[in-house]
Every structure is written in C-alpha cells, then in structure tokens.
Design a binder for this molecule. Structure first.
Ligand SMILES: *Cc1c(COP(=O)(O)O)cnc(C)c1O
Length: 359
C-alpha cells in the first residue's frame, strides 16, 4: 500500500448541533465526519477520504452481512486542560486490529497510515471532544468485507472506516462497583477460536448471556473458559483483575480466548512500577470463592477503554454470592483509575510515553 496516499477531505455543509455536555450517552451521538477507504484485490487500499458522516450503501450480498467478516477497535480522544488533543496508545489499537484482521483473513491496514487517518479525522472534528468530567470522544475504527458473494470465502473487497462518538461514562453507575453474574452455561470464546480478536461475531455471541444477566439485575457477565467452564476469562467485554492478599492477579493470555486489552497491559505496567506483585495466571471461579471465604479477596475490577476501571462489588454464581470490599471501590482500584485517567487527560506526567498528541 502507498502509505503516503492522500486523504481527500469533503467537509459537511450542514454541521450538526453539538450535544449537551451533561448526561452524554455512550456511543449514541456521532460527529460531523467519518473516514473511509476501500480495498479491492486488484487495487489494494485506495480512495481514502474524510466525508460527512452518513449512511453507507453496501451490496445486500456483502460478506459482512452473511458471515460476519468484520473486526473493530475502540479508543478515546481526550481534550487536555491546556487544549492538547490526546490519544492513548493508539498504535496498539492499529496493531491489534491487524491481528484480528489476520485471523479473519482480511487485509491489514498499515499502522502508520491508520494513525494518520485517525489524526486527520480527529483534528477536523476536534470541537466535538467533550470536556466534562469522565467524557471523551470515543473512536471506533472498523474493517469489513463488502464484496458481493454468498460462497463462504474471504471477501475480495473491504472497507475500513472510522467514526467518532462524543461520549459520557460507559456505566450509569460511574465508577461505583457493579454486580456480576458468573455464567456457567453460555460461553464467549473457546481455545482455537477468535476470543483474542475484536471480531464482531464475538459480541453477537455474548449478547444472550448479557441479556440474561441484566434481566436478573446484574451489570455484566463473568465468562468462564469454553472448555471446562472453570477458569475465569473476562467480565463482559472487559479484562478482569483480582487483588488477593495484596497481589494483583489477571488471567494470562496464552490460551487465545482472552482479548489482550490495552488497558490491561497499561494496568500491569503501572502497578509493577509501584512495586506491586502482579501475576498473569489461570484462576478458577472456585479459587475466587475460596479466597473470599478465607478473607483474602480484597478487590476485583474489570478493565477496558470504555469504562477504564469498573470495580466489582458482588459476584453471584448459581445460588452463591460474595460481596467484595463491602461493595465499595477498593484502594488499589481507585489508585489505578486516578493515575490512568490522570495520564489520559494530560493531568499527570506521561511517564510511560503513552500519549499521542493529535497535531
Ligand atoms: C476491547 C475489549 C477489552 C478491553 O480492551 P482495551 O484495549 O483495554 O479497551 C477486553 N475484553 C474484550 C472482550 C474486549 O472486546
């Protein structure tokens, strides 16, 4: 691909009204522009452009509609108090998107080009970045097969697009602890499957468990491994962490069914820099309940771009329930949240060199 390819820009003639900065929903309002480019086997990536946000016309036989050949990413743009526009480790999102694309037989988008496209788009729509507390511009890059063919084969045509959504907190609860239900029948991912990718199909698969949990008054599902239904994988679409006797534990990535979260990686690096003991290993739901019974389970939380940290106040597993830290946010969870968001919003020194400034 021509990495120096021009990105043509068509600005909207009808700018939309910006949303009220208070009570911003998550991912429901979109900015004035989008990025889009196309791929064919013959031409490779071409026709890169920023244009007014609006519907896309796709062939009804497009692969994405029938066989879910599509992957996505999620990151945020922040407006710092000094006016800088910041992205958090965006090169990792493009690297991960290519890992996902490879698993689904899709062409890669060179990371430096993807980041250049994102910078250009965010710059044009930067007035949409909200500045209220816990608000940001959520960024959704995605890649999909759009060739018209009903045979089960990789598509011969693709679209890569980026859309932007000014957003408030992911959970209405903010960073208050949530109740989680352990799902022991439905599974999200299996060894050898696509759990390590942000393939859209993974999320379609997870809807049922999520719906069940919500009906019973829980915020999210804790997914167990797809083979033995014993080991803890993830919580909803977040990675999961536990503090057991001062040690931070999170499931390891080697089984291929867990998404390698950028927040997860950042938390591991941050807490190690504090001198905390951090272990990536398998942990069963049984061990978790036992640790709680022994008084060793101090904190639990989910991690992901959308919520950053989502403290867990309760786990329910069949007819057993445990309450963690009296249902309050723990000290370590709070410290991680404050430091990570402090770095992301440009309030704390960027000691790991994580922030990318959009210029
Ligand atoms: C996106 C995602 C995460 C979190 O990844 P981040 O890079 O931290 O946002 C965790 N688990 C699943 C299943 C995800 O889709």
């Amino acid at each position: 691909m021509d990495r120096d390819m021009d990105i043509s820009v068509t600005l909207t003639k009808n700018p939309k009204q910006k949303p009220d900065a208070h009570n911003l929903p998550f991912g429901k309002i979109f900015t004035d522009h989008m990025f889009i480019m196309e791929y064919t086997d013959e031409k490779g990536w071409h026709d890169a452009r920023i244009e007014p946000y609006g519907p896309m016309a796709l062939d009804p036989a497009a692969t994405v509609f029938h066989y879910a050949q599509t992957v996505f990413e999620g990151l945020k743009a922040y407006k710092a108090e000094d006016g800088r526009v910041l992205l958090f480790r965006p090169e990792m999102n493009f690297a991960r998107m290519n890992l996902s694309a490879e698993r689904l037989c899709m062409p890669e988008v060179p990371e430096d080009f993807g980041l250049r496209a994102l910078d250009a788009l965010v710059k044009i729509d930067q007035d949409w970045i909200p500045t209220g507390e816990n608000t940001s511009l959520y960024v959704r890059p995605y890649l999909m097969g759009v060739g018209a063919a009903l045979g089960v084969h990789p598509s011969s045509r693709y679209i890569f697009a980026i859309i932007l959504a000014p957003s408030g907190p992911y959970y209405d609860e903010g960073i208050n602890p949530v109740k989680i239900c352990i799902e022991d029948k439905l599974v999200r991912a299996v060894r050898g499957g696509t759990g390590f990718t942000k393939a859209a199909a993974n999320y379609a698969i997870s809807l049922k468990g999520q719906e069940k949990a919500e009906e019973m008054g829980f915020a999210q599902v804790l997914w167990l491994d797809g083979v033995e239904h014993k080991y803890i994988d993830e919580v909803g679409a977040m990675n999961v962490f536990f503090v057991l006797n001062g040690e931070l534990i999170t499931p390891g990535l080697n089984e291929g069914n867990i998404l390698a979260g950028i927040t997860r990686d950042s938390i591991i690096r941050l807490t190690k820099s504090w001198g905390m003991a951090v272990t990536e290993r398998r942990i069963t739901a049984e061990e978790l309940f036992k640790a709680h019974a022994d008084g060793r389970l101090e904190e639990a939380f989910g991690s992901g771009t959308a919520a950053v940290i989502s403290p867990i106040g309760q786990f329910t597993w069949g007819d057993r329930s445990i309450i963690i830290n009296n249902g309050e946010i723990g000290e370590i969870s709070k410290r991680i949240y404050d430091e990570l968001t402090g770095i992301q919003y440009g309030k704390l020194p960027d000691k790991f060199n994580w922030m990318h400034e959009v210029k």
